[in-house]
Design a protein around this ligand. Sequence first.
Ligand code: GLV
Length: 327
Amino acid sequence: MNKKVFVTRAIFQDAIDQLISAGVETKIWPDELPPTTLELINNAADCHGILSMITDHINKKVIDRCPNLEVISNMAVGVNNIDLKYAGFRGIKVGNTPDVLTQSTAELTIGLILMLCKNLYQQIDDTKHGKWATWHPIKNLGMELSGKTLGVFGMGRIGQKVASIASLAFGMKVIYHSRSNITAKQKIDANAVSFEKLLHLADIISIHCDLNEETFGLFSQEIFKQMKNNSMLINTSRGEIINQKDLETALSNGPLKSAAIDVTYPEPLPSNSKLFQLPNLIISPHIGSATLDARTKMANIAVKNILNAFNSENLVSLANNSYLQIT
Ligand code: GLV
């Protein structure tokens, strides 16, 4: 196969070997940090495919500098790092890796919910630093999940998985607000509500929507002030969905009791970010899909998407279907 691919980070050798054995010339970015836009362009300029990560901004400028490009295969479910519309206009297929990271991301979400409800991070840290004097009948108290209301914002695959674990494993009441209407959710014991009701009723809100023009900065002061007093917020989706300045205020002055975010804007946050000073905020390093199980499957699908595009076969998952006009 007379094709070249730029893989923007080191991924599992098994996945790379699949490209090599298909006869694809494969160039792998060797550094720990992602390539800059210029480095991306320099490496991908003569390539027919890019196997990209969420840390690569594949915009019009990058696409225009890669005249041979046939496929951009993102090793992620989210594709907000790629100009889907422009890629489609240029006849370039964009692949992503949905489904295989649903369980991992839902498990992380549940882990963060549990951490907040038991105030685990603080309690473990205090214990480690000698701040635990004795067992106490009315101190160190957390909250049980059973009977509490979880509000899921965005009921796609991950939202549905979180809803089903919360309801079946923990006996939570689940309400959700979503623009999608997916049949699988009929099997989940969850009620659709308006956004306002979700904000008013939920003890914990978990964000699982896409990042788009409508959701950029959506969780701002105006929204926080409609949330229940002492409620909690989880975000394992995209950092840009929350206005971080307003989150700081809502955590300092209420109504939020605590929050856990796996995603920030930018990533990572600068070391002097005020968010690091908040005792009631947990920040993890964008690890929703970071399990060996999920990442192995994601790498394999990302490779398959490249090979399928080169072989003029359907991609396992085509993310820019609605924009694609083969030129
Ligand atoms: C991770 O954030 C992904 O979109 O896969």
